[in-house]
Design a binder for this molecule. Structure first.
Ligand code: ADP
Length: 423
C-alpha cells in the first residue's frame, strides 16, 4: 500500500473520531440550552446525569477509534509512526517495530535518534516538524539492515506522522540488474571489438580484390551494424556505471556558452548533411557554473545531435545558454516532429523510442537521453522537455551559478583531472 495512502487512512480514522466528538459536544450543548431555557424548572440532577452519560459515551467512542486505528495500523505492511513535538515515539505499528528491529511496543517513548540510530533521519524528522514535510532514504545498516524509504508529515494537531517503506528488495534487484548489465556489456565488448576490427580489415582487403559490388555492400553494412552494437554496449556500460553511483564528476568552473559553441562546432558538418541550420545563441560573459565540462558537453552533443537527426531539411535548430536569476539555463530547440504528451513522461527511460518505425534506420540506441538525464541530475539540475506533437521540441536544463568561484578561477587547482581529453 502507498505509505501516503496508509497515513491518509489513519488520519481519516482519527478525523472520524474527532468529528464524532464534535457532533456529540454540539448535541450536549443544545441539550443544556434546552434545559437552561426551561427557566426555574431546571433539573440540575438530570442535566448533570446527561453530561456524565455524554462524557462516558464520548470516551467510549475515542477508545473505539483508538482500537480501530491500532487494528488498521496492524494490518499495514508499511511502517507507521507517530512522533510528538519533542520527537518521541507516541505510536508505532508492528511493521515499524519490525523494520527498526524492535519488539512490539519497544519503540514507545523512544527519541527519534534511539529509534533510528541515525542522525540524518533525526535531521529529516526535524525538517518535517519545522517545514511541514520531508523525505529520504536510509541505506541498510549492518548485515540484516533494511533500506527504508521515509516520508514524514507534520500533523495539524502537533507532532508528526512518519511512514516507512521497506525498499531493501527493490534496491537489491536494482543492484542485480545493474551488475548483470555491467557484466554482459563487458563480455560483449571484447568479441564485438574483434568483429569490428576484422570487418575493417576485410573491407581493406577487398580493395585489392575483384569482387562483385554486392559483396562490398554487405561488408560495409556489417561494419555499420557492428559499429552500432559497439556504441550500444559502451552506452549500456556507461549507464549502468552511472546508475551504480560510479560516475565521478571532475568539477570545474565552466562557461556554458563555450560548451554550447564547441558542441555546435562539432556537429556543424552533420547539420549541413541534414540540410538543417544550426544556430548558436550564447552571449559572452555568462555567469560561470560548477560542473564537469566533458559530461556537460556530452549532454549537449546528445541533445543537439537528436535535434538535427529528427529535424526535416530546411528547418533550424537553436542551441543556447542564458542567465536566469541565480542560474544558467541551457536549451536546444528544434522545429521537428515534436514529442506527443503521452511519450514525454517516458522519453528519458532507457531504450524508449517514440514511434520505432519512424526512427528505424536513423541509428541511435535509445540510451542517450537516459544518460543525459543522469548527468544533469548529478549536477543538481533537471532535464526538462517542452514539446507538442508536430511543433518541435525544446530540451532545457538549468545549473546553479557559481559566482563565488569565478573570482578564484585562476588560483584554484582543479579538484581532479578530467576523465578524458576534450576533442
Ligand atoms: P536515440 O536518439 O539514440 O534513439 P535518445 O535517448 O537520445 O536515443 O532518444 C530517445 C528517443 O526520443 C528517440 O529515439 C526519439 O524517438 C525521441 N527524441 C529524442 N529527441 C527528439 C527530438 N528532438 N525530436 C523528436 N524526438 C526526439
Amino acid at each position: 500500500m502507498d505509505p501516503l495512502l496508509a497515513v491518509a487512512l489513519l488520519l481519516a480514522v482519527a478525523l472520524a473520531a474527532a468529528s464524532a466528538l464534535l457532533v456529540r459536544q454540539g448535541r450536549r450543548q443544545a441539550r443544556l440550552r434546552r434545559l437552561v431555557g426551561a427557566g426555574s424548572g431546571v433539573d440540575v440532577a438530570a442535566a448533570t446525569q446527561a453530561l456524565v452519560v455524554d462524557r462516558d459515551q464520548a470516551r467510549q467512542q475515542v477508545a473505539q477509534a483508538d482500537q480501530d486505528l491500532g487494528q488498521l495500523a496492524g494490518l499495514l505492511g508499511v511502517g507507521v509512526l507517530r512522533f510528538d513535538d519533542d520527537l518521541r515515539v507516541r505510536f508505532a505499528n508492528p511493521a515499524a517495530c519490525a523494520f527498526l528491529g524492535r519488539e512490539q511496543g519497544g519503540l514507545d517513548g523512544r527519541s527519534a535518534l534511539e529509534a533510528f540510530a541515525d542522525h540524518e533521519v533525526e535531521a529529516l524528522l526535524l525538517a518535517a516538524r519545522d517545514r511541514g514535510a520531508s523525505g529520504g532514504e536510509v541505506p541498510p545498516h549492518g548485515e540484516d539492515g533494511r533500506a527504508l524509504l521515509i516520508r514524514a508529515r507534520r500533523s495539524p494537531w502537533g507532532g508528526l506522522w512518519v511512514a516507512l517503506e521497506d525498499v531493501t528488495n527493490l534496491r537489491r534487484l536494482e543492484r542485480i540488474r545493474t551488475e548483470f548489465v555491467d557484466n554482459l556489456s563487458h563480455e560483449l565488448r571484447t568479441p564485438l571489438t574483434s568483429v569490428r576490427l576484422l570487418t575493417e580489415t576485410l573491407a581493406r582487403d577487398l580493395d585489392d580484390l575483384v569482387v562483385p559490388d554486392r559483396v562490398r555492400d554487405r561488408v560495409a553494412r556489417i561494419d555499420v551494424e557492428t559499429g552500432h552494437l559497439v556504441q550500444m554496449v559502451s552506452e549500456l556500460l556507461e549507464l549502468s556505471r552511472i546508475e551504480a553511483g560510479g560516475q565521478q564528476l571532475y568539477l570545474d568552473v565552466v562557461d556554458m556558452a563555450d560548451v554550447v559553441r564547441s558542441s555546435c562546432e562539432r556537429l556543424q558538418l552533420f547539420a549541413e548533411r541534414q540540410g538543417v541550420r544550426l544556430e548558436v545563441r550564447a552571449p559572452a560573459g555568462l555567469p560561470l557554473v560548477r560542473g564537469d565540462v566533458e559530461r556537460l558537453g556530452q549532454v549537449l552533443l546528445n541533445l543537439i545531435h537528436n535535434a538535427l537527426k529528427f529535424s526535416p531539411a530546411g528547418t533550424t535548430v537553436t542551441a543556447g545558454a542564458r542567465a536566469t536569476p541565480g542560474e544558467v539555463e541551457v536549451s536546444v530547440a528544434d522545429q521537428g516532429p515534436g514529442i506527443a504528451t503521452q511519450d514525454q513522461a517516458r522519453i528519458f527511460e532507457r531504450f524508449y523510442k517514440v514511434d520505432r518505425a519512424r526512427v528505424r534506420g536513423m541509428g541511435g540506441t535509445g540510451l542517450g537521453l537516459a544518460i543525459a538525464r543522469h548527468i544533469v541530475e548529478d549536477h543538481g539540475g533537471r532535464l526538462a522537455l517542452d514539446s507538442e506533437e508536430g511543433r518541435g521540441a525544446t530540451f532545457r536544463f538549468s545549473l546553479p551559478e557559481a559566482a563565488d568561484l569565478a573570482a578564484d578561477r585562476e588560483d584554484q587547482p582543479r579538484s581532479a583531472q578530467p576523465a578524458g581529453s576534450s576533442s
